[in-house]
Design a binder for this molecule. Structure first.
Ligand code: ATR
Length: 271
């Protein structure tokens, strides 16, 4: 029976066991997916142990997403560029393969819920420059966005993204963040703000076009203030829960042998 799980510290809040458990049950597949509370100092030892006890892979979450790159034997180009991994495959030869599926989840969520949306249609505006933002930036550039605008409270992190991701990236001052919405066709809140339902501070939406697709990585609440306000301006909005669901697809398929579907039943199971 294939085993998989999610490693984090703390881990109790993770929705991944619900998500994978729902799919295992729905498709009547043999296998188990369990939460694994692992302290940072034990990550190496635990990973090596899991590869020897029937585990076929794992997800990793905070605080292991960056450090796991040092432990993995094979790191995909996109995980290396993003600087973090969330999906591990334990190969038959004992090697640990690390990938990042957050960008895949981000794009799949948009294409599923906004079928008319295309990255190539216009500039994207990304608020935030943390780990999640890096995955979003990588996936938007890979999808052919012509210009990627980014702003962050700590400007240096946005400038680092520009240095690493190239010429299509344009950094905006946090104080002038509203300006980057002008003509943008994709707008993303990739900060951890919004957990309280508050708009990203000091970002006025006056320049937001009703043609823009607006999405938030925050999914508690599902309708953040940013999404509510964008919707009232006529924008198409997509909540962030779908990104969580879609990022789990490639791992589940590799570990348990069936490509799972993301649908309303799954959303209800995970909410
Ligand atoms: P994650 O993996 O969720 O992206 P992270 O790497 O800690 O987490 O990044 C959090 C993001 O939210 C960053 O863009 C952070 O801005 P800073 O780089 O300036 O810290 C942003 N963020 C968090 N709290 C914020 C706040 N109160 N105001 C503005 N930005 C905030």
């Amino acid at each position: 029976v294939p085993l998989a799980g999610v490693l984090g510290w703390p881990i109790a809040h993770s929705r991944s066991p619900l998500l994978h458990g729902h799919w295992l049950q729905r498709y009547d597949l043999p296998g188990h997916y369990i939460p694994l509370p692992v302290r940072p100092e034990n990550l190496l030892e635990v990973l090596r142990g899991l590869t020897k006890m029937g585990f076929v892979g794992a997800n990793v979450t905070i605080p292991h997403k960056e450090t796991v790159l040092q432990i993995a034997d094979i790191v995909t180009d996109r995980a290396a560029l993003i600087g973090a991994a969330n999906t591990l495959i334990f190969r038959e030869d004992g090697k640990i393969h690390a990938d990042n599926t957050d960008g895949y989840g981000f794009i799949s969520n948009l294409t599923q819920n906004a079928p008319d949306w295309q990255a190539t249609r216009g500039a994207a505006a990304v608020i935030g420059a943390g780990g999640a933002a890096r995955a979003v930036v990588a996936s938007l550039l890979e999808s052919g966005v012509p210009e990627l605008r980014i702003t962050n409270r700590t400007k240096l992190r946005a400038e680092q993204i520009k240095a690493e991701f190239g010429a299509k990236v344009v950094v905006y001052d946090w104080a002038q963040a509203g300006n980057m919405l002008e003509g943008a066709t994709t707008v993303v809140n990739a900060t951890s703000m919004g957990m309280t339902g508050k708009l990203p501070l000091r970002i006025p939406l006056d320049a937001l076009s009703p043609d823009a697709l607006v999405t938030d990585l925050v999914y508690t609440p599902l309708m953040t203030d940013l999404l509510k306000e964008a919707q009232s301006r006529g924008c198409k909005v997509v909540d962030g829960l779908g990104m969580l669901l879609h990022q789990a697809v490639p791992g589940f398929e590799r570990w348990f042998g069936r490509r799972p579907e993301v649908d309303e039943d799954l959303r209800q199971a995970v909410l």
